[in-house]
Write a protein that binds this ligand. Structure first.
Ligand SMILES: CCCCCCCCCC(=O)SCCNC(=O)CCNC(=O)[C@H](O)C(C)(C)COP(=O)(O)OP(=O)(O)OC[C@H]1O[C@@H](n2cnc3c(N)ncnc32)[C@H](O)[C@@H]1OP(=O)(O)O
Length: 173
C-alpha cells in the first residue's frame, strides 16, 4: 500500500470528541425552512462514545484522488455475534468514498452505493478502506473502494458509488 497524504480527520487524532454540526430543517415539501445549529446533532460516524463505535482516521491523496480509511469497528457495532453489522460497514464505506468525492468535487451527495460483502469483519479488528475516484462525467463522480485486512490478505467488501454534485440552481438537493 502506498503512503497516503493529508490527514483528513477522525477519532484517534485531535480531540477525539464528537463535534457539533448544524442542520438545515426542512418542511414537508422538502424545501429549507430554517437553518440553525442543533446542539444534539453529530456526524453519524462520530455519534458513539469513544472506543465503542466507529474508530477511524482518513487520509486523502489529492494527486491521485484517493482516500484511505483505517477503521476499527467497536463492540456497539455488532451484527451477527462477533462480527460487524453490515450497516456499520456501509456507513464507513459511504463516509470514505464520500470523503473522496467531497475533497475532489466539493458539495456532493451519494446517489448510488453498491456493496458486495465478501467476508464478515471480526468485531474490533482493524481494516483498511481504499477508495479512489474512477471518473467524472459532468456533475457525476464515480468512486470505488475495497475493504481489506491490514495485511491485505483478506478482502472483506467491495463497493462502487455514484456521487452527484449539488446543483446551486436547485433550492434543495
Ligand atoms: C466522515 C466524513 C464523511 C464525509 C462524507 C459524507 C458522505 C455521506 C454522503 C451521504 O450519505 S449523502 C446522504 C444520502 N444521499 C441522499 O440522501 C441523496 C438523495 N438524492 C438526492 O438528493 C438527489 O437525487 C441528488 C442530489 C443525488 C441528485 O439530484 P439532482 O436533481 O441534483 O440530480 P439530477 O436528477 O439532475 O441528475 C444529475 C445526473 O445524475 C444522474 N443521477 C442522479 N441520481 C442518480 C441515481 N440514483 N442513479 C444513477 N444516476 C443518477 C442523473 O441521471 C443525471 O445524469 P446525466 O447528467 O448524465 O443526465
Amino acid at each position: 500500500m502506498s503512503i497516503p497524504i493529508n490527514l483528513v480527520r477522525g477519532r484517534g487524532v485531535g480531540s477525539g470528541r464528537p463535534r457539533q454540526d448544524s442542520l438545515c430543517l426542512r418542511g414537508a415539501d422538502s424545501k429549507p425552512v430554517k437553518e440553525e445549529p442543533l446542539s444534539q446533532a453529530r456526524l453519524f460516524p462520530r455519534s458513539l462514545e469513544e472506543g465503542l463505535g466507529f474508530e477511524y482516521a482518513m487520509f486523502h491523496n489529492q494527486v491521485e484522488n484517493r482516500t484511505v480509511c483505517i477503521l476499527q469497528g467497536g463492540p456497539y457495532l455488532q451484527g451477527i455475534p462477533g462480527f460487524l453489522h453490515g450497516g456499520a460497514i456501509a456507513t464507513m464505506i459511504d463516509s470514505t468514498v464520500g470523503m473522496c468525492a467531497v475533497l475532489t468535487g466539493g458539495a456532493v451527495m451519494t446517489a448510488n452505493l453498491n456493496i458486495n460483502f465478501r467476508r464478515p469483519i471480526p468485531l474490533c479488528s482493524v481494516v483498511v478502506i481504499n477508495s479512489q475516484l474512477d471518473k467524472i462525467e459532468g456533475r457525476k463522480l464515480f468512486v470505488s473502494c475495497n475493504v481489506q485486512s491490514l495485511d491485505e490478505k483478506t478482502l472483506y467488501s467491495e463497493a462502487t458509488s455514484l456521487f452527484v454534485k449539488l446543483d446551486p440552481k436547485k433550492t434543495s438537493p
